[in-house]
Design a protein around this ligand. Structure first.
Ligand SMILES: C[S@@+](CC[C@H](N)C(=O)[O-])C[C@H]1O[C@@H](n2cnc3c(N)ncnc32)[C@H](O)[C@@H]1O
Length: 485
């Protein structure tokens, strides 16, 4: 039932590209409304903890699966657990990953229809590759992983399932571009899958003869992108030393924190994956893992959530001479030369890969660096008259915000004021104001609208914070910085 909803939403989100896509993957077991607050694939999912233990895994006796509030389900300590405790140990055979072998019963054949489908998915959509395996196991009667799969969410609030209106509500073109790209891929891949499977013998059908469409493919891709971990594997099947995506039943009930109380450790000798507590965990406290130092773009696109004051979030801009001249003029810099840099400035811009053939023009504001080092170095160089000092300075100094006015206070003042003006221009690109977003969030809105508005609000708050920080830096510059020489 919810799969049908997901299908409808995917159609709405991609109306521009869509021809037809309506049915959804139906599991052999009936899909009815779940009794849980966080609907799962099966109305009464199997006991995941019991299954892991029965299959040779270990689960700390003081751990349980519980309601993690707005974060969905989570693993929680039912009593205090000391630091350094083994929380979960998962045998390798319970991990769900792509394995190819001609004669191993636990693996898929390298010439199988599943492998043909996997090969048609671009590497950057690795979640879809493993998603195909997940769909195969979801469709298979008697799958080893059914107790795990029955506990997976039946739908995901991630942007590929947003309505067209909520995709627009993101107000941020790099993310809208990614969402549209994924939707387009899913719609095209649906057709690919049908054509590959058209003449496949029923016994070889990867999805036990069931129909697979853009919606079910989207479900599988989202299940993997929001739950898989990338582990470094050295086996020949997985490619030597590559990061291989793996689904880790039960371990993937842990929610994310940048300050996690647990870590995943690979126990090579026993071929087990462990979760070990990094700190003591008090009663009722959830076990958390760090999913990565990601921007909100990735958190929303892959996981369906947005982190407030995310120190890794940034906005992406294009290094564009005309735009930067406009920013510099707005900052009070007379005749800036971003559109027509001098030869020595072009040399520095080339070293920064911001000029010439193959230049990489994407730059960021925000994140740990606060101002993209390449952008800052370019500003310092283009807004300086001191050719000798610029050519003598090493790039790493020019790129560092903590380097104190490497080309003199006048250039530093102009550079920082121009970054502030660029922040203002970036803010103006968002059609709504911070106060409007805050007031929308107080209203009665759908989860996807809430996520979209929260996403754009966080971007804007990040820019405002950056402007404050840069203004503080400008204010402490000596007064020569304010003379427009
Ligand atoms: C690996 S699963 C964790 C288990 C999940 N809560 C569940 O109910 O199955 C990742 C998902 O949990 C939720 N989640 C995890 N950490 C979160 C956080 N810090 N903030 C909001 N949601 C979070 C998101 O829905 C995310 O897609």
């Amino acid at each position: 039932m919810a799969s049908a909803t997901a299908s409808k939403l995917l159609l709405t989100a991609t109306a521009d590209f869509l021809s037809s896509s309506t049915c959804s993957l139906r599991h052999r077991r009936a899909l009815t409304v779940s009794a849980s607050r966080y609907p799962r694939i099966a109305p009464f999912p199997q006991d995941l903890v019991g299954w892991v233990k029965r299959e040779g895994g270990f689960v700390h006796p003081k751990l349980k699966i519980a309601d993690g509030g707005e974060y969905g389900l989570t693993l929680v300590a039912s009593e205090d657990i000391p630091r350094g405790s083994r929380l979960v140990a998962l045998p390798e055979r319970l991990t769900l990953r792509l394995r190819w072998s001609q004669d191993d019963d636990c693996a898929d054949r390298p010439d199988s229809p599943l492998s043909q489908l996997v090969k048609r998915v671009p590497e950057e959509l690795w979640a879809m590759r493993l998603g195909l395996k997940l769909l195969q196991e979801r469709a298979k009667t008697g799958s080893l992983w059914w107790p795990y799969i029955s506990n997976l969410p039946e739908a995901f609030d991630i942007p590929i399932f947003f309505s067209g209106e909520d995709i627009k509500n993101l107000q941020y073109s790099p993310l809208v571009h990614q969402v549209n790209k994924r939707c387009r891929f899913l719609l095209a891949f649906e057709k690919d899958v049908k054509s590959v499977l058209e003449d496949v013998d029923p016994g070889d059908h990867p999805f036990s003869g069931q129909d697979v469409n853009a919606s079910s493919l989207g479900w599988a891709m989202s299940a993997v992108s929001s739950r898989a971990f990338r582990l470094r594997c050295k086996t020949p099947q997985d490619g030597s030393g590559a990061d291989v995506p793996v689904l880790l039943p039960l371990i993937d009930m842990c929610n994310h924190s940048f300050n996690p109380n647990a870590v995943i450790v690979e126990e090579k000798d026993n071929q087990k994956l462990l979760v070990v507590s990094k700190t003591s965990i008090e009663t009722d406290v959830p076990v958390t893992l760090n999913y990565g130092c990601l921007t909100n773009d990735f958190f929303l696109l892959d996981y369906g959530f947005v982190i407030s004051s995310n120190p890794h979030d940034h906005v992406e801009l294009k290094y564009d001479g005309v735009l930067l001249d406009a920013a510099a003029i707005a900052a009070g810099v007379p005749s800036p030369s971003f559109s027509s840099p001098t030869e020595w400035q072009r040399e520095i811009l080339s070293q920064l890969n911001l000029h010439g053939d193959g230049a990489f023009l994407k730059v960021n504001l925000g994140g740990e660096e606060k101002v993209d080092g390449r952008l800052l170095a370019a500003f310092r160089a283009v807004l300086s008259d001191d050719r000798e000092a610029a050519q003598k300075s090493d790039l790493s100094t020019l790129m560092s915000l903590s380097a104190e006015a490497p080309l003199g206070v006048s250039a530093e003042g102009k550079a920082l004021r121009t970054v502030i003006a660029l922040c203002v221009i970036s803010l103006q690109h968002f059609p709504t104001k911070i106060m409007e977003d805050e007031s929308i969030l107080k209203g009665d809105i759908s989860e996807s609208t809430r996520l979209a508005v929260e996403f754009r609000l966080q971007k804007k708050l990040m820019i405002v914070d950056l402007m404050r920080e840069l203004t503080r830096r400008v204010k402490v510059l000596p007064k020569e910085a304010f003379l427009n020489r």
